[in-house]
Design a protein around this ligand. Structure first.
Ligand code: PEP
Length: 249
C-alpha cells in the first residue's frame, strides 16, 4: 500500500515572514491528517524558520536541490548534510527548471540522488517531457532515459518519482487523469525492469498545475500516488484543500 504524498514546491517564493504567516494558517488546517504524507520544500533561506514552526507537526521538510559534495570550496552550493542538519527528510532533484535554466543533466541528477541517499535524504526525482517532445511522439523515450540515467547504478531505494510534464508546469494546463495514469504506468513498468517487485512500493507523484479542483480526479488514478504542487501550494487554504483531497468526494 503506497501512502499518498502531497509535496509543496515553493520555488523562489516565501521569505521568512511569509513562511511564518503561511505555516501559522496552514498547520491547524492539516492537524490530524495521518493518511497523507505532507511535505514542504521552502527556499533554502526559509528552511530554518519552517523547521522551527513545523517541529512536532505532521509536515516534513524538503530541500529544492543540493550539491553532491559534503562540504568544500563550492561557493553558493548547499550540501546534503546541511539539509539534514536543518531537519529535511526529502529533497527535490532534477526539477525541470533546474534542467532548463541551470544546466542540470541526467548525469548530474544521478550524482545528486546518490549523494542524497548517502546522507539519508529521500530524493524526489523529477522527470517529464517538453511539449515539443510530446508532439514528436518522444514522451516515453524521454521518460525511459530520465529514469534509467537518473537512477543509473542504484539499487531500489527509498525513492519518490515526480512525473511533471514540462508543458503543464505553471501554465494552468493539467494533464488529464488518463494522460497522467498512462505516463505513471509506463514509469512503473520501467522501475519494474530495474527493480522487480520493489517498484510497486515507489511512489509516483504527478506535478503540473495541480489545484484543489483537479487533485481528486488525478488521485483517483491507480498509479498516481500524490502530487508535487507549485503555484497552488503558496496559499495555505489552497494547499490544505489539496492535502485533504479525500474530503472533496
Ligand atoms: C512544480 O514546479 O513542481 C509545479 C508542478 O508547479 P505548478 O504546480 O505551478 O505547475
Amino acid at each position: 500500500m503506497r501512502k499518498p504524498l502531497i509535496a509543496a514546491n515553493w520555488k523562489m517564493h516565501m521569505n521568512t515572514g511569509e513562511t511564518r504567516e503561511f505555516l501559522q494558517a496552514f498547520l491547524p488546517q492539516v492537524e490530524g491528517v495521518t493518511d497523507v504524507e505532507i511535505v514542504i520544500a521552502p527556499p533554502f533561506t526559509s528552511i530554518a524558520e519552517a523547521a522551527r514552526l513545523m517541529k512536532d507537526s505532521n509536515v516534513r521538510l524538503a530541500g529544492q536541490n543540493l550539491y553532491w559534495e559534503e562540504k568544500g570550496a563550492f561557493t553558493g552550493e548547499i550540501s546534503p548534510l546541511m539539509l539534514t542538519d536543518l531537519g529535511c527528510t526529502y529533497v527535490i532533484i532534477g526539477h525541470s527548471e533546474r534542467r532548463q535554466y541551470f544546466g542540470e543533466t541526467d548525469e548530474t541528477v544521478n550524482r545528486r540522488i546518490r549523494a542524497a541517499l548517502a546522507a539519508g535524504l529521500k530524493p524526489i526525482l523529477c522527470i517529464g517531457e517538453t511539449l515539443q517532445q510530446r508532439e514528436a511522439g518522444e514522451t516515453f523515450n524521454v521518460l525511459r532515459r530520465q529514469v534509467r540515467d537518473g537512477l543509473n547504478g542504484m539499487e531500489a531505494e527509498d525513492l519518490v518519482i515526480a512525473y511533471e510534464p514540462v508543458w503543464a508546469i505553471g501554465t494552468g494546463k493539467t494533464a488529464t487523469p488518463e494522460m497522467a495514469q498512462e505516463a505513471h504506468a509506463f514509469i512503473r513498468e520501467e522501475l519494474g525492469a530495474l527493480y522487480g517487485e520493489k517498484a510497486g512500493s515507489v511512489r509516483i507523484l504527478y506535478g503540473g498545475s495541480v489545484k484543489p479542483e483537479n487533485v481528486a480526479s488525478l488521485m483517483a488514478e491507480r498509479d498516481v500516488d500524490g502530487g508535487l504542487v507549485g503555484g497552488a501550494s503558496l496559499k495555505p487554504d489552497s494547499f490544505a484543500r489539496i492535502v485533504r483531497f479525500r474530503e472533496q468526494n
